[in-house]
Structures are given as C-alpha cells and as structure tokens.
Design a protein around this ligand. Structure first.
Ligand code: ATP
Ligand code: MG
Length: 276
C-alpha cells in the first residue's frame, strides 16, 4: 500500500528532544547560542506546533530533528509504538521557502524524490496523481513553477512531501508567504489531510490561529536562546475549521498563547536576544 492517505505502521514514530542545545560558531566573536536545553516530545501520529519569535531557533530545531544538524549537546530520540528507541524514521520536509526546481514541471518536482528512491514509473505516476489530488492540483502536472501562483507552488511543496509517505512530516511555516484567504483554504486542506493520515507532524508557524487549528499540542518557545516556555494541549475536537475560531475554548487558548508569546516577541524585537 502506498497511497498518501495511509497511516504509517501501528502507533507511528514519536520523537523526543532531550536537553538539546546548539551554538553556531561564527567567525568573529562568541558563538551564537540558538537553542539551549530544549527538551520536548513530538507524539506519534499527532501534530505538534512550534511557535516562537523570529530567530528563536525553530528552523534550527527542525533541522536537528531531521538529522541535518548535530546538536552541540543533548540528543534526539526516535521512539516506536512499543516505547523502544528506533533508528531515524523516514521524514519529509516542507521548507520555509518553496524550494521547487524551477526547470522541472509540477509532476517532475513532485516525483523527484521517488525517482531518486528508484520507484518504478508506473508506481510514481500513481503516487504523484494521489498527491496532486490531495492538494487539489490535478490538471497542473505539466506546468513549471513560474506559471503557478504562490499558493499553488506551496501546494506543490506539500505534495512533494506527502508523495514520499513519510513517517514524519516536518512543516516549516508552510503557508508563511501566502495571502490570508489562500492560507485559510490551505490550512483547512492540511487539517483534513493530517486527520486522515495520522502522521507524526511538526508544524513551525508564526500564526497562533494556525497552531490551534492544526495541532494537538502547541510548544511555545522563548526568544533566543530558544527554550520551551510552555507546552499546551489544544483539546478542541476535530474537525476544526474557520468556525472553530468562534468557540470560547479557542479564544481562551489564543489568549493563553498570545500572553506567553507577547513578552518573548518584545524581547526579540528589542534585541535582548542578541549576543549570547
Ligand atoms: N548557518 C548559521 N550560522 C550562524 N547563525 C545561524 C545560522 N542559521 C541560523 N543562525 C542563527 O540562529 C538563530 C536561530 O535561527 P532559526 O533560523 O532557527 O530561527 P527561526 O526561529 O526559524 O526564525 P524565523 O522565525 O525567522 O524563521 C538566529 O539567531 C539565526 O541568526
Ligand atoms: Mg525559521
């Protein structure tokens, strides 16, 4: 079974960051401490949102989870349904910038990872078709990125991650560059996808609304050096959509997260987070 709507394995893979710190060595001066003693859990089959001021280390944390960066201290553990440690699971990322290959068509962009993985042409066609259907992009197979709107490009990025049917989906501000209306529609589409696939997902976002609509748990980070300021369970029943924003539980959560975030954003704006 390879459909993108297939949940992966019984229980899925959970991830734990254990006392993770990361210092960037810079050529002149003291190292920049991006993350300091980050301990948190990303539950199997659930969506965890990370929200925090700009520059607090969210993308850095995702790169560490992905295995692209090694922490200066601490570690990342991947955990199976039985609670035992596992080797790193399959992961796919939707990066902050679209990162599409401009010279490849939509179909070729989405199928690129499968081709590298040696998946047969017939299987590729099937999976690309499913992934494009999941993000409502049928009929655009032969277009190249410059012929698409920003929202469509972002959906291609999402399809490219989904087509790999990864155990873990990492989303770094996937809708950051979009207008408010497109964003709303894509958020609802992603919420539906997330519910049907039950993948372990980590969503970095600047939007409190997006975090509440999509996540099971919201991690609020401090200004740099990034630490976990709070871990908040959302608990609002799914499906959630735009109408959810009118519910009193939503307003209460929004206020709680905003209260935590506001001070940290002010610190980051003042530059209190500069230096080490
Ligand atoms: N390659 C690098 N070399 C040195 N410093 C870096 C490097 N990449 C990131 N940093 C610094 O590490 C800190 C965390 O960066 P990161 O990109 O993880 O933040 P972020 O929370 O994702 O920010 P944003 O919300 O703006 O995307 C920032 O101060 C940034 O300037
Ligand atoms: Mg970032």
């Amino acid at each position: 079974m390879s459909g993108i709507a297939q949940p992966n394995g019984a229980g899925g893979i959970g991830i734990r960051a254990e006392d993770v710190s990361l210092a960037w060595a810079i050529r002149k001066g003291a190292p920049v401490i991006a993350l300091e003693g980050v301990s948190c859990a990303f539950a199997a089959g659930k969506v965890t949102a990370i929200i925090g001021p700009s520059g607090c280390g969210k993308s850095t944390l995702l790169q560490i989870v992905r295995g692209f960066l090694t922490p200066s201290s601490g570690r990342i553990a991947y955990i199976g349904g039985d609670g035992a440690n596992r080797p790193p699971p399959s992961m796919a990322t939707v990066w902050q910038s679209f990162n599409l290959f401009p010279w490849l068509t939509v179909e070729e962009n989405v199928g690129f990872g499968l081709e590298i993985a040696g998946v047969s042409k017939a299987e590729r066609q099937k999976r690309i078709g499913e992934a494009l259907a999941a993000v409502d992009l049928q009929g655009f197979e032969a277009k190249v990125p410059r012929q698409l709107s920003g929202g469509m490009r972002q959906r291609v990025g999402l399809a490219r991650a989904l087509v790999m049917n990864p155990d873990v989906l990492l989303l770094d501000e996937p809708f950051g560059a979009l207008d408010a209306q497109t964003r709303l529609v894509l958020q609802e589409q992603l919420a539906t996808l997330v519910e049907s696939t039950r993948k372990t997902a980590i969503l970095v976002t600047h939007s409190i609304e997006e975090a509440i609509l999509l996540a099971d748990t919201v991690l609020v980070m401090t200004a740099r050096p990034g630490r976990i300021a709070a871990e908040i369970e959302v608990g609002i029943p799914r499906p959630r959509g735009h109408a959810t924003t009118g519910r009193p539980e939503y307003t209460a959560l929004f206020e709680q997260i905003y209260g935590l975030l506001r001070d940290e954003v002010v610190k980051a704006m003042r530059g209190d987070d500069r230096g080490t």
